[in-house]
Design a protein around this ligand. Structure first.
Ligand code: MG
Length: 460
């Protein structure tokens, strides 16, 4: 199954040298360009193209650009940049759309093409369906005199940084005075330049590893605690106030406290949101797999929590509809509406530094210790060939007292805990996540949910 191309609403993803080839990228880029151009108000459509640092990135970028030019789209190249920088550039240029060439936190052998709408959001389910319809009808190739032109925009990262530092939630001068010491791990993804520039402008002292944007990830690139041992050690060695880890396309941020302990990605959103909600009230929007800690932060601020199916675009669309000032995902993805409706690790980092600045000298571990602790256990397994709905039915009968939400897989809720079973939209796996006041209880929930899934796999 892993050698298949994974086509989702907002992108297409696969392993390099297996399902993902330059031909696939060219075909989807041409299809996207055709669809975007047909909807664009201008006679000539421009598409922003950026990528992360993966070794396969330059090859796929050339393939994507060729596809766009071939259907008469102009291309604005922004280079090796965070995905949120591509999203912002789409808005800045009033472009007909954007393509980000990145497999986000997936391992080194993966790459992907992600489709960005003119709004700067990823494609919604409706937009994705309409694009695939347009592709099925076939693309019209441009004649020699109508091929798209390519120009580059070297200033996308600088504009992104300026926009973050202009956020009304930040007191840049106060953060600068505080001279926080930050340990940084960019996993040799696209984050090195923007994260170091951000920290420099915020007056931080920096001890960093893996800043080279060459895509040769020295460890699994997902910023989960299990992968951050080197950064934890660096925080201790350097005596840093905080450690920041970002994923290769810089939309997820994980934190290490000053004792050298990864505090769990769910706390990134909680910390960032608490800063924003001090200034601007409004609902906090997050997905069904995010920790209950955001409920505590929201209730402290006197605002409601609204939960959506997993997927950045679902959160972003709901934030827009509700006028929410802040939202995001428990995987370390912070969305600040005043910046743009997309997950943004540098923005999250700036808000965390503001939190530490305003905490009157309190440490990160001190702040998180005051908050309720929940144990969240995340597990995943290969997607079984049988129907997941059978599994959902089995689990619903096994837990007759639970609240049931079927908006995105199956989510069972109790007064102090929850269990979420859902197929990943980007990988051929099923995710099983549980949260409870104790780790033993969360593990028990995961084990009980896995039992019917493992049984189904073993009969395959
Ligand atoms: Mg990412």
């Amino acid at each position: 199954m892993t050698d298949k191309l994974m086509v989702s609403v907002s992108g297409v993803r696969g392993r390099v040298g297996e399902a993902l080839s330059p031909e696939v990228i060219t075909r989807f880029a041409a299809g996207f360009g055709t669809w975007a151009a047909a909807r664009a108000a201008k006679p000539r459509a421009a598409i922003v193209v950026g990528r992360d640092s993966r070794v396969s990135g330059p090859m796929f970028q050339r393939a994507a650009i060729a596809g766009l030019q071939s259907v008469g789209c102009d291309v604005i190249e922004v280079g090796v940049v965070p995905t949120p920088t591509v999203q912002l550039a789409v808005e800045f240029h009033h472009a007909a759309g954007g393509l980000a060439i990145t497999a986000s936190h997936n391992p080194i052998e993966w790459n992907a093409l992600k489709f960005i709408a003119p709004s700067g959001l990823f494609l919604s389910a409706e937009e994705g369906a309409s694009m695939r319809e347009a592709m099925a009808k076939g693309v019209a190739l441009a004649t020699w005199d109508r091929l798209g032109e390519v120009r580059s925009d070297p200033d996308a990262v600088a504009r992104h940084l300026d926009a973050i530092l202009a956020l009304p939630y930040l007191d840049v001068e106060a953060v600068r005075q505080r001279r926080l010491h930050v340990a940084l791990d960019c996993v040799r993804g696209a984050g090195g330049p923007i994260m170091t520039a951000l920290l420099e402008r915020l007056g931080c002292r920096v001890s960093a590893i893996n800043l080279e944007a060459d895509g040769r990830f020295p460890r699994p690139p997902e910023p989960i605690a299990a992968n951050l041992g080197e950064l934890e050690a660096l925080v201790r060695l350097a005596g840093a106030d905080v450690g920041f880890a970002v994923d290769p396309d810089v939309d997820r941020l994980a934190l290490i406290d000053e004792t050298g302990h990864a505090i769990g990605e769910d706390y990134t959103l909680a910390l960032a949101a608490s800063v924003v909600l001090r200034h601007r009230k409004g609902p906090l929007v997050t997905n069904l797999s995010t920790s209950r800690i955001v409920d505590d932060i929201a209730s402290e601020a006197g605002v409601p929590v609204i939960r959506t199916p997993v997927g950045e675009v679902n959160v972003a669309i709901r934030m827009r509809a509700e006028g929410a000032p802040v939202g995001g995902e428990g995987n370390g993805g912070v969305i600040v509406a005043g910046l743009h409706l997309g997950r943004d690790a540098p923005a999250g980092a700036a808000l965390v530094l503001q939190m530490l600045t305003g905490a009157g000298g309190e440490t990160l571990s001190g702040i998180t210790k005051r908050w309720p602790r929940y144990a969240i256990v995340k597990d995943k397994l290969d997607r079984p060939s049988g129907s997941l709905h059978q599994i959902y039915d089995t689990l619903r009968s096994a837990f007759p007292g639970a609240g049931v939400d079927l908006e995105d897989g199956l989510r069972l809720t109790w007064s102090d805990s929850w269990l979420h079973v859902r197929p990943s939209g980007t990988e051929p796996i099923v995710r099983v996540i549980a949260e409870a006041p104790t780790e033993a209880r969360a593990r028990e929930l995961v084990a009980r949910a896995r039992a019917p899934l493992d049984a189904m796999q073993s009969v395959r």
